[in-house]
Write a protein that binds this ligand. Structure first.
Ligand code: EPU
Length: 327
């Protein structure tokens, strides 16, 4: 393992923000993460882990030791009447894993096609899209416990999943090393989400995947063309009385009396679609996504985000929560 001082992270975040870490190293094995933890302790610096850099907001100067998780490997562990078990290493590319499985006729993750990022990052925010969330397909994960210096296996309950949430958002104690997924058999398509219901006949997983990828292309900017980290805020989950004050907002009842509102709509209603702060901006077509128009810095994005939060709070009395992790 080569520990690089002043590691340039500009190419390691889908926002394309200019950023540099005090130290960084590419991690390809458990031994290396253990060694890097020891190095960070010697330097008296925090250790931060980055996967695909698709859900992070990087400061220009990061006073940490950054581990770039690039461990590879994936396999089908077994299959029984009710499920297929699949395991992938943390550094595997998530969209590749989904396509690899669907390519072999193994469905279950197709609604989560095309989400940029790594397998190890998927449980952190409990990725969700088009009617499916990771927690529904999750079996367990192996993590390195930095406090106890041991390996642990965490099952679904231990991960504390919620909407865009898990224990890994609240603590950096665990470094996720591999993830095991449980894909239900027999496979059933999930096509309730607007845009998928138009799939005719009896679509297979490949047809659902292709439609999901099409929807993503239509709605979401490609970070390779314009830097972004996907949804920049959570959709707020509010009390029914709060939602009642905003009758026109797209809404998703949560089954517990609370209602999830579309943050993109709230932001658009504040007139902020296509707004700009420096080189950062709100995307022209989807107001939930902040973008880098070229050369944006952390402070441009932070200013844009603050303006959005303040406007939504002033108009609707709702506090938006940032989704990407600031490092
Ligand atoms: N909307 C607006 N104006 C906008 C954007 C959206 O009015 O500028 C409205 C849409 O018309 C729609 C509603 O808001 O009625 C919801 O929009 P959309 O279907 O695009 O989904 P979203 O709630 O904005 C969430 C996830 C996405 C995921 C999609 C599809 C969050 C924070 N985001 O977005 O995840 O792809 O649903 O399931 O829950 C991501 O995490 O990066 C991401 C893209």
């Amino acid at each position: 393992m080569r520990i690089v001082p002043e590691l340039d992270l500009t190419a390691h975040n889908t926002f394309g923000l200019k950023s540099r870490a005090a130290y960084g190293a590419r991690i390809t094995s458990l031994d290396q993460i253990v060694a890097l933890r020891a190095f960070a302790a010697e330097q008296r610096l925090p250790l931060a882990v980055i996967g695909g850099g698709s859900n992070v907001l990087l400061r220009e100067e990061i006073d940490s030791v950054v581990a770039l998780m690039t461990t590879k490997g994936r396999s089908i562990l077994g299959l029984d009447k009710d499920r297929v078990l699949v395991r992938a290493m943390a550094g595997e590319d998530w969209p590749d894993l989904v396509a690899w499985l669907v390519g072999q006729g193994i469905g279950g993750l197709e609604n989560l096609s095309g989400i940029p990022g790594t397998v190890g990052a998927a449980p952190v925010q409990n990725i969700s899209a088009y009617g499916v969330e990771l927690a529904e397909r999750f079996h367990s994960l192996t993590a390195y416990d930095r406090v106890e210096d041991v390996l642990v296996t965490l099952d679904r309950d231990a991960c504390g999943f919620g909407y865009r949430h898990s224990i890994f958002k609240a603590t950096d104690r665990y470094v996720i090393l591999d993830v095991t997924l449980s894909l239900p058999r027999p496979w059933k398509p999930v096509i309730g989400y607007k845009g998928l219901e138009t799939l005719s006949g009896r679509p297979d997983a490949d047809a659902v995947m292709k439609r999901v990828l099409e929807l993503r292309r239509e709605k979401l900017p490609d970070w390779r063309l314009i830097g972004n980290a996907g949804s920049f805020f959570h959709n707020p989950v509010v009390a029914a009385s709060v939602a009642a004050r905003i009758p026109d907002a797209p809404r998703y009842p949560q089954g517990d009396g609370r209602i999830k509102l579309a943050a993109g709509w709230l932001i658009e209603m504040c007139g902020l679609k296509a707004a700009r702060e420096g080189s950062a901006g709100v995307h022209d077509d989807h107001a939930l996504i902040l973008v880098n128009h070229g050369g944006a810095t952390f402070s441009d994005v932070a200013r844009m985000a603050a303006r959005v939060r303040e406007a939504v709070n002033a108009r609707f009395g709702i506090e938006l929560v940032q989704e990407p992790r600031t490092i």
